[in-house]
Ligand binder design. Structure first.
Ligand SMILES: [Zn+2]
Length: 74
């Protein structure tokens, strides 16, 4: 059985299933609760971002995850 833990909070994901109990962002595996927090963070940043571009968006997600991994939380 595959062993997956969240790159951000380091918690082991029970019964890992991509797109359901864990998610890939910028090549990192992220658990559901960290994904929810990440999306909240990204959503509020996207709302105020002008001009908006997909490059900026991908980079923002990557940077947010890198920062979250360093802090151990989002
Ligand atoms: Zn997590």
């Amino acid at each position: 059985m595959q062993n997956v833990s969240c790159d951000i909070c380091k918690k082991k994901v029970d019964n890992p299933m991509t797109g359901r109990s864990f998610f890939y962002y910028a090549e990192h595996s992220v658990c559901e609760s960290c994904k929810d927090n990440l999306e909240l963070q990204v959503k509020s940043a996207v709302r105020t971002k002008d001009p908006y571009s997909f490059d900026w968006y991908s980079k923002f997600i990557g940077d947010s995850i890198t920062k979250a991994i360093q802090k151990g939380k989002i």
